[in-house]
Design a protein around this ligand. Structure first.
Ligand SMILES: NC(=O)c1ccc[n+]([C@@H]2O[C@H](COP(=O)([O-])OP(=O)(O)OC[C@H]3O[C@@H](n4cnc5c(N)ncnc54)[C@H](O)[C@@H]3O)[C@@H](O)[C@H]2O)c1
Length: 352
């Protein structure tokens, strides 16, 4: 088993990565947390796939099934989960197991952060995106009609358990979407990892997911350890996301996968970095070729003013100033407040 630690003093926690970890969970949880009362929060589609594995391993607890898809992050769904926990007799010693993708993890984490002023939560991510990104770092929250993730808090999990065998049932497009985030880690923090990924992506069927997940988690853990609340360094994790989120919002959530939108955003951001004299052309080309190996469709035509509108209402804008993540060389991201609207619009043209 490989273990990476998020270093946050008394709130430090391990991320365990190992094939077959699901079967060892009850034993590890008993060691870590005694005989607490467990509340498993998940979706019915995920429990159909994993419920029998969890039960066969001896993991029992209250089960709360939330809606499928992003609807699970509705504020009403959050209140329904809290009410159900009250009816089940949960108290401050109850502990949540979030079994699912980023949607379940975000909702369950927010419930844990707020139920009776905060209870413990363990994350068991079941999508690649959740394994390398959303389950780590403590960002929890729900959506409002006004926008995604507008209500939330930082609440770090007690541990994250990653069993890559869980991904065997995940549709290939979801895996590839998650791989865009994996490529992001190489681009922002580790040039050698990016080079390794690029060659691994030549044969997706033989791709070493366990190594890619472990290295991605280590990078996220290192960044979160240095800047938990995203006041500085943690912003680099948003590489490709400013334009990516705008593309997602413009095309309508659910009409493009998050990873695909982030891939377009990374291509734009690296082109902008080259125009600003920060990224050599050959390096931008290498990143673009690596992203191309994910075989996403070309971006549909985007309306520049709509994209700009979303870019400026994004959470990465603070006090009217946009903190745009650029690459100062491959494997070295930084933020810039000097990225003009003109550059953003011109970068969109490189997508078609
Ligand atoms: N907290 C953070 O730091 C953070 C970071 C990035 C994204 N997010 C959030 O994550 C969410 C997206 O997460 P996601 O991409 O994991 O989507 P998701 O949770 O909706 O899962 C995608 C789909 O895969 C299904 N699924 C999950 N695991 C499966 C498995 N093992 N086999 C088969 N099907 C499976 C789900 O039922 C769902 O239909 C968004 O709400 C986003 O805001 C949060």
């Amino acid at each position: 088993m490989k273990t990476v630690t998020v270093e946050l003093d008394e709130r430090s926690y391990p991320i365990h990565v190992s094939k077959g970890l699901l079967e060892k969970l009850p034993e590890i949880l008993a060691q870590q947390n005694g005989t607490r009362s467990w509340v498993i929060i998940s979706q019915s589609s995920i429990m159909e796939l994993l419920g029998s594995r969890l039960k066969a391993a001896g993991l029992h607890g209250h089960e709360i099934i939330v809606s499928e898809g992003e609807r699970a992050k509705d504020f009403d769904e959050y209140r329904r989960v809290i009410s159900q926990m009250m009816k089940m007799g949960c108290d401050r010693s109850s502990t949540i197991l979030a079994v699912g993708g980023g949607v379940v993890g975000d909702l369950a984490g927010f419930v844990a952060a707020t139920f009776m002023r905060g209870i413990d939560c363990f994350q068991i991510p079941t999508t690649l995106l959740a394994m390398v990104d959303s389950a780590i770092g403590g960002k929890t929250g729900v959506n409002l009609p006004e926008g995604k993730n507008l209500v939330g808090v930082f609440h770090q999990p007690e541990s994250v358990f990653i069993d890559p065998t869980i991904l065997e049932s995940l549709p290939r497009e979801e895996v590839v979407s998650g791989l865009a985030e994996v490529v992001k880690y190489g681009a922002i923090r580790d040039r050698d990892f990016l080079a390794w990924l690029s060659s691994e992506l030549d044969d997706l069927d033989a791709f070493d997911l366990e190594s890619a997940i472990t290295r991605s988690c280590a990078i996220k853990a290192e960044v979160v350890s240095k800047d938990e609340k995203e006041r500085g360094l943690r912003r680099i994790l948003n590489f490709g996301h400013t334009i990516g989120h705008a593309v997602e919002a413009h095309l309508g959530y659910g009409n493009i996968r998050h990873g695909e939108a982030v891939a377009h955003g990374m291509n734009c951001a690296s082109w902008i970095s080259e125009q600003m004299g920060l990224l050599p052309a050959a390096d931008r080309q290498f990143l673009s070729d690596t992203i191309a190996k994910l075989s996403f469709l070309p971006s549909p035509t985007l309306d520049p003013s709509t994209i700009l509108n979303y870019v400026h209402t994004d959470k990465k804008t603070e006090g009217g100033v946009l903190n745009f993540v650029v690459l100062d060389g491959l494997g070295n991201a930084t933020t810039s407040t000097q990225v003009s609207d003109k550059l953003i619009v011109e970068s969109l043209a490189t997508l078609s």
